[in-house]
Design a binder for this molecule. Structure first.
Ligand SMILES: CC(C)(COP(=O)(O)OP(=O)(O)OC[C@H]1O[C@@H](n2cnc3c(N)ncnc32)[C@H](O)[C@@H]1OP(=O)(O)O)[C@@H](O)C(=O)NCCC(=O)NCCS
Length: 368
């Protein structure tokens, strides 16, 4: 089918959702929501245009660019490019989505080409992209492609797999997306907490907060967030340590609040040194009240083996029931090779819901 009637153009991030620019942004976000909803068969990952707008505003740490593919006034495809500004300045993170009625017409390829050329023109040399795949396919055999890590696979026939490989991306890593029903069984949680606390011994205490880290822990917490960026398995993904300080922690907190999001954090404090040595973060958006997201969980290497991971996670799950009683499903993402974290999650009650693939493409050096 000819694609000449489909126009592709940059879509500036608007100041507000009002007016024509805001309407364009809204339509583009709703297209992304539709594509995601069709992959998962539910609306758990729906994000309001208002929240997306807040999350897309340029700031000191990241800048987002959008392109729209339109058939007349109708948004039929989009490419989003995110660039980090304080670290990982070699990378561009790209997301391409095309309306199901408009696929296999070269629109995805054209959108990717725009984002890729733009990233290259700014000196970015690596593109990373993610694709989503519900569970329920054969994990081995002739019909799957294997991640470069050797652990994790995807259905070879999936449009995203075909598109990414045809576009020169390599499947570097597969993450497992798991979910569990909440509120968690209070008896089980209490047992796990008591067991983990006993194993952790007297050298550790829990510290917890809602939304904003207490000032006294800010620097410690920033150090944990920085370590998280390289302590999780990354396969061959080109990703350097992020640069975190107290200001970046505050920026992230404010950004979440502008998106109308909330967070619960539990950290483990090492009593002899006074430092924070592990943390876990849960996030919730009232616009999707049944859905809770498990974000970072980290225990510093020197403090592993004391059950701190289970302890902080079990405690935060207890807090969810009180803080966000409408929550019914908790989602988490872990590298398929991250067996320590997966074991903890299985103990807590998580089961696999699907997979998220991390793709990478090295760009040719940008022309001067
Ligand atoms: C992946 C996606 C963006 C592709 O968009 P698209 O407009 O259909 O892609 P194109 O028509 O430009 O396809 C470009 C090439 O990719 C490959 N390809 C894309 N979809 C394919 C499919 N369903 N089956 C086989 N090959 C496919 C082909 O090689 C195709 O070239 P060809 O048509 O000349 O053979 C679209 O399927 C989509 O939105 N999927 C959900 C979102 C997603 O997973 N995005 C992340 C991708 S990493």
């Amino acid at each position: 089918m000819p694609t000449t009637s489909i126009t592709i153009a940059p879509l500036p991030i608007p100041e507000t959702l009002h007016g024509p620019a805001g309407a364009d942004f809204t339509a583009s976000v709703e297209l992304a929501n539709l594509v995601t909803c069709l992959i998962w068969g539910n609306n758990d990952f729906w994000v309001s245009p208002a929240a997306k707008l807040e999350g897309s505003r340029a700031n000191d740490y990241a800048v987002t660019y959008l392109w729209a593919a339109k058939d007349g006034d109708r948004h039929v495809g989009r490419a989003l490019l995110e660039l980090s500004l304080q670290d990982n300045e070699q990378n561009g993170y790209v997301f391409v989505a095309v309306h199901p009625e408009y696929r296999r017409r070269g629109i995805g390829r054209r959108l990717l080409a725009e984002a890729e050329a733009f990233a290259g023109s700014l000196g970015r040399t690596t593109l990373q992209a993610w694709s989503e795949h519900p569970a329920g396919f054969e994990l081995e055999g002739p019909d799957v492609v294997q991640a470069e890590t050797g652990i994790g696979s995807l259905p070879a026939a999936s449009p995203a797999v075909r598109f990414a490989t045809a576009s020169g991306f390599r499947l570097e890593q597969v993450e497992r997306r798991s979910s569990m029903p909440i509120p968690a069984d209070p008896g089980l949680l209490a047992d796990q907490l008591a067991g983990a606390a006993a194993k952790a011994g007297g050298s550790y205490r829990l510290v917890e907060w809602t939304d904003n880290c207490p000032a006294e822990y800010l620097d410690h917490y920033a150090a944990l967030r920085q370590r998280m960026s390289t302590d999780v398995p990354l396969g061959e993904l080109d990703y350097e340590e992020e640069a975190w300080d107290a200001a970046r922690v505050r920026h992230k907190e404010a950004n979440l609040q502008r998106m109308n999001g909330r967070s619960l954090v539990v950290a483990a404090r090492h009593v002899p040194s006074g430092g924070l040595v592990g943390h876990t973060v849960l996030e919730w958006f009232p616009e999707q009240p049944e859905v809770v997201f498990q974000e970072d969980t980290l225990v510093l290497r020197a403090h592993r083996g004391h059950n701190l991971g289970l302890w902080i996670k079990a405690r935060n799950l207890q807090r969810v029931a009180e803080a966000w009683p409408q929550g019914r499903r908790l989602y988490t993402w872990n590298a398929a090779e991250n067996s320590n974290m997966l074991d903890i999650n299985i103990a807590l009650g998580f089961t696999p819901a699907g997979y998220e693939a991390a793709w990478q493409k090295k760009l040719h050096a940008a022309r001067p």
